[in-house]
Design a protein around this ligand. Sequence first.
Ligand code: ATR
Length: 279
Amino acid sequence: MTANPDRYAVAGFPVKHSWSPFIHGLFAKQTGQNMVYRLLEIPPEHFRGDVLAFFADGGKGLNVTLPFKQAAAQLVNRLSPRAEQAGAVNTIIRQDHELIGDNTDGIGLVTDLDHNLGLPLKGKRVLVLGAGGAARGVIGPLLTAGVAGIHIANRSVGRAEELVELFKSLGAVTCSTFAEVTGEFDLVLNATSASMNGEVPPVPPSVIGERTVCYDMSYGSGDTAFTMWAKGYGASLAVTGWGMLVEQAAEAFFLWRGVRPQTRPVLDAIKKPMPGKKS
Ligand code: ATR
């Protein structure tokens, strides 16, 4: 007789368009893990109570997506160093009677760039557009991966200055408004939420040279406004964040199950995504 499957979920609001159940379902099948993974849509005022109830009821692990990543960092008993650095949690692991908060977003991005896209980060000049939660989650892992420096550009420059203060001990980090950015970069990373409204951050196109890779942490069906803009100005490669989504999931799966799934078959399976899905 098969034992009851271990239970996992992704908590968000709204969450019904999430690809995470599909991705973790494929990982579980591939690695033969006895587990189920479902959607947990939680109205914001019920976040704490519903998450604690999920674990009290035997839940083994939880992914957390918008708008709860910061609230999750307040709820857990302990934070991993990378979750502490990001100020946000996207993965909760139940260990005995403790809830541990981790953040696999940054390592997901670094793995996608390095392994899937063949862009070793060592020595690269990186421009990060945006200074919200998404930017904060990836700056530490990029610096740790050995980039030469990061320039952060944001509409409200005060938020970018806060990130410079937070990360300057890890490497060369500078900031400015979009209009003030000068020079070319090896990697331009869109960590703003502008793509969700079909907008492009107003950064000068001169940041793109013929070897520049442009990466949008947003994703949808086909190009985003940012990847279309980047292609139009001659970026050598312009990609959306599907790879990051799958790699952060693989890292969470590994934390929960101790088994590292292969991500390539899963990326191939979602290559032609349906419109309107979100992480
Ligand atoms: P997230 O967790 O997705 O990063 P957030 O913390 O609300 O969400 O941050 C959103 C980021 O996108 C911010 O950097 C925001 O700029 P401001 O700090 O100036 O608000 C940026 N952003 C959102 N819409 C934008 C747009 N249309 N153009 C440029 N930047 C935009």
